[in-house]
Design a protein around this ligand. Structure first.
Ligand code: NAD
Length: 523
């Protein structure tokens, strides 16, 4: 294994990797050098200097994981990595405490006038009465977004004896009350809080989500802090609210355009600014290096990473629930790609019974796509790129659930539609993975070995003729299953045979009278 450290990271991260890989530290690598050498590497670690572009990813040959020792991945072409099946990981946990502490610093600076008082003292003044402050204790904090960082801010503000209001549509009352916070609607938060702190991601929903309407709701003494991302607050509206004393103050670590040039906010005394240093501590950098090194170690030794940005992450409890189905999905995928015909147009996967309630079922869908697509494509398909590859090839993937279900505890139905036929199979786990339905015919097929599946007219003698023909080619039948909807109609026969059925024998069988079709599946 070979790992490239392309940007400066903490030594502890490098040491962590040394027991499993040959680690090359080349922190001055140029874009051209990176493209010409990336083919040798299994993993690359970057911070923000090195750009992992589409061209770099294209030039890679065995790269499995791109690790960003930090949070943002603007310097990594995640789409290109996904298409090539390369995992992209980061270290979002590394900065939570660091950013929360910075937020506390900005809050204290605002309520105690620390940054302007500092300027004043250094200018030779002693304006004690001008800088009358207020305490945090007893005040109300409004937290917008209570994820990793927001929760750490809440914990610290509880220690400052503050009341905590939270607005986060994606967390429960229970989670909030565990931290001593109360969930409220946005308007209540803006009107009741003395300090508002923002910890949401920048998304289409949150972009410019705080502007003059929100400032008008706030107390004229209240302050707002943004240590999340520039662009969440409308800066023009903020300038008007601060200069018109609609609100008391603001603290910004982030700006819509960084560095902020000719930004009128920078002329205001009731605005505290820092240059996007919320995550900049030695501890956060050390932790980021260790976290990504551990992720790489896991992935290169066959384990799974926690912070994958281009694949669903499975927590240990979910893993226990869905792992037994991994083999079944693999077998169903292998079965379908060998048994079906034509260009695949659509793959519908329906999770039935108890399984329908399990989380992260898309990992199972990715698993079946991987098995179906791998044999027909040149590019390797894996759990990272399975959905993207299907989409790029115009294959519609539909995932469904059916909770009301009889017959089995849990069942997975996969329907593969192509331009020449549709095929539906049902799979269950009954001690071992089994196929219990093929195109509507009930069967009970073990998913291993060589299977010959024939459709034929359900009349006396046909089964015997197939058996005889196989015998002539010294192919021994180990097990036989037949399924039919009605006597005399079309039926399906699944023979488990001890050796592979060569194409020539299969062609022979297909020519027999009353045989509609025959396929061989090797599982
Ligand atoms: P997180 O994903 O752990 O938490 C985000 C929270 O926001 C989640 O609980 C989510 O439910 C909530 N949320 C999403 N949309 C929302 C909405 N419309 N209204 C209310 N809540 C909403 O993220 P995190 O790691 O805590 O990071 C929070 C922010 O801090 C991000 O914007 C991140 O980019 C930023 N950040 C800044 C720095 C810095 O240097 N200043 C460093 C790291 C992270």
């Amino acid at each position: 294994m070979k790992v490239l450290i392309a940007d400066q990271i903490n030594k502890k991260g490098i040491d962590e990797l040394k027991d499993i890989a040959d680690v090359v530290v080349q922190t001055d690598i140029t874009p051209e050098e990176l493209i010409s050498s990336i083919a040798d590497y299994d993993a690359i670690v970057v911070r923000s200097r090195t750009k992992v572009t589409r061209d770099v990813i294209k030039a890679s040959k065995k790269l499995k994981i791109i690790a960003r020792a930090g949070v943002g991945v603007d310097n990594v072409d995640v789409d290109a990595a996904t298409e090539k099946g390369i995992m992209v990981v980061n270290a979002p946990q590394s900065t939570s405490i660091t950013v929360a502490e910075h937020t506390m610093g900005i809050m204290l600076s605002l309520v105690r006038n620390i940054s302007i008082a500092d300027k004043s003292v250094k200018a030779g003044k002693w304006e004690k009465s001008k800088f009358m402050g207020s305490e945090l204790a007893g005040k109300t904090l409004g937290v917008i977004g209570m994820g990793r960082i927001g929760s750490q801010v809440v914990k610290r503000c509880k220690a400052f004896d503050m009341e905590i209001l939270v607005n986060d549509p994606y967390i429960t009352e229970e989670v909030a009350s565990k931290l001593g916070a109360k969930i409220v609607d946005r308007d209540t938060l803006f009107s009741d809080a003395d300090i508002i702190t923002i910890h949401v991601p920048l998304t289409a929903e949150t972009k410019h989500s705080i502007g003059s309407k929100e400032f008008a709701l706030m107390k004229d003494t209240a302050c707002i802090v943004n240590c999340a991302r520039g662009g969440i607050i409308n800066e023009q509206d903020l300038y008007e609210a601060l200069s018109g004393n609609v609100i008391g103050g603001a603290g910004l670590d982030v700006f819509e355009n960084e560095p902020p040039k000719d930004n009128p906010l920078l002329t205001l005394d009731n605005m505290v600014a820092t240059p996007h240093i919320g995550a900049s501590t030695k501890e956060a950098q050390r932790d980021a290096a260790i976290i990504v090194a551990k992720e790489i170690k896991e992935v290169l030794t066959g384990g799974s990473a926690r912070n994958v940005l281009n694949m669903p992450v499975i927590d240990p409890e979910t893993m226990i629930l869905i792992k037994p189905y991994f083999e079944l999905m693999t077998k169903l995928g292998k079965f379908l790609i060998q048994a079906a015909k034509g260009n695949i147009k659509e793959i519908d996967v329906t999770y039935c019974g108890k399984l329908a309630d399990f989380p992260k079922l898309d990992i199972l869908t990715r698993m079946i796509l991987q098995e179906i697509l791998n044999p027909i494509l040149n590019e390797p398909v894996n759990l990272v790129n399975a959905m993207a590859v299907a989409e790029n090839r115009g294959i519609t993937v539909i995932e469904g659930k059916r909770c009301e279900f009889e017959g089995y505890d849990s069942l997975i139905r996969v329907e593969m539609k192509s331009d020449s036929n549709d095929m539906v199979i049902d799979g269950v786990i009954s001690k071992e993975p089994k196929i219990v339905l093929i195109n509507g015919y009930k069967v009970d097929v073990e998913t291993e070995g060589h299977l010959l599946i024939s459709t034929y007219k359900d009349i006396p003698g046909v089964i015997g003729v197939i058996g005889t023909r196989l015998g002539e080619h010294e192919i021994n039948i180990a097990k036989m299953q037949v399924g039919r909807k009605e006597p005399g109609g079309e039926a399906v026969m699944v023979l488990k045979v001890d050796s592979n059925v060569p194409d020539s024998v299969l062609d022979d069988l297909k020519k027999l009278e009353h045989i509609y079709d025959a396929v061989v599946v090797n599982l």
